[in-house]
Design a protein around this ligand. Structure first.
Ligand code: ZN
Length: 135
């Protein structure tokens, strides 16, 4: 199991962490297998989406804010219920296959760390599991 820190700088933001995971994959020397990315937080998430147009993450965050308003007579006294709900909508983990020593991602796909209650110092856990190469 490997782990790295993401220091977020805004209340809500999406940060492309694909290259940081690629570095861990290169170090592992795994050629074929599965990569699990897990965020051990209740107000942050991980998701895979478009990396080319920065308006895509911006639009995702804008629409999530409409679906889950910041104030809605929530009972959770900490005042960050919207962040908890957004984290559960996107989820705490993603799985990416590994082939020929590379992450199997579409041309426009990146892995994003999603902050919903920043700025904070966050952890990302990565499990790289080697599997026998297919025949
Ligand atoms: Zn809370």
């Amino acid at each position: 199991m490997k782990q790295f820190t993401v220091r977020t700088s805004a209340k809500v933001e999406m940060i492309d962490i694909t290259e940081r995971i690629r570095i861990l994959l290169k170090e592992s020397k795994i050629k074929s297998g599965v990569c699990h990315v897990f965020v051990p937080h209740t107000t942050a998430a991980v998701t895979i989406n478009e990396n080319a147009d920065p308006d895509v993450p911006r639009d995702i965050l804008m629409e999530l804010a409409k679906i889950v308003p910041h104030n809605d007579n929530y009972r959770h006294v900490e005042g960050n219920s919207a962040a908890h709900i957004k984290a559960s909508i996107l989820g705490a983990s993603e799985t990416v296959f590994i082939e020929n020593g590379e992450l199997v991602l579409g041309t426009w796909q990146s892995i994003f760390f999603c902050e919903f209650d920043g700025p904070r110092s966050r952890q990302v856990i990565v499990m790289l599991t080697a599997l026998p190469a297919p025949e």
